[in-house]
Design a binder for this molecule. Sequence first.
Ligand SMILES: Nc1c(NC[C@H](O)[C@H](O)[C@H](O)CO)[nH]c(=O)[nH]c1=O
Ligand SMILES: CC(=O)[C@@H](O)COP(=O)(O)O
Length: 148
Amino acid sequence: MAAPHLLIVEARFYDHIADALLEGARAALDEAGATYEVVTVPGALEIPGAIGFALIGADEGGKEYDGFVALGCVIRGETYHFDIVANESCRAIMDLSVNEGIAVGNGILTVETEEQALVRSAKGEKNKGGSAAETALTMIALRERLGG
Ligand SMILES: Nc1c(NC[C@H](O)[C@H](O)[C@H](O)CO)[nH]c(=O)[nH]c1=O
Ligand SMILES: CC(=O)[C@@H](O)COP(=O)(O)O
């Protein structure tokens, strides 16, 4: 198989967290010899839509991607909006994965505090961006094997 080509969709609601997640994801994909592009959306709720745009583009003869990495950070505030953003972005990504048969790694942090986000985004700590990239690569290989 040629080197997989992925699309990283990052939500830059918190720039410093996004930077850390992206650093981890880039390092993982570089290590694997994969190629990738990065697009940015305002928040986690827009990530599924961006993936959908890419799928439409591919169907219309545009660029094709072997897989996707979703990166973002949702930090609980005072209202129910956290639950909407966290749950619906994840649900939509899951729906795309199942319904469209795409390989995707979900690196959207859903946390209570910024400290929790800092620990989970840092490449040298929990490195959730790198983990999401590795998950996407694993699912690409599985899709290749199963003929998805
Ligand atoms: N509170 C967070 C958001 N909220 C914004 C939404 O994701 C969306 O952009 C808005 O509702 C307009 O559609 N997004 C995050 O990524 N992280 C948050 O903590
Ligand atoms: C997760 C969010 O949307 C959050 O930033 C919103 O904060 P709040 O619930 O205090 O409006």
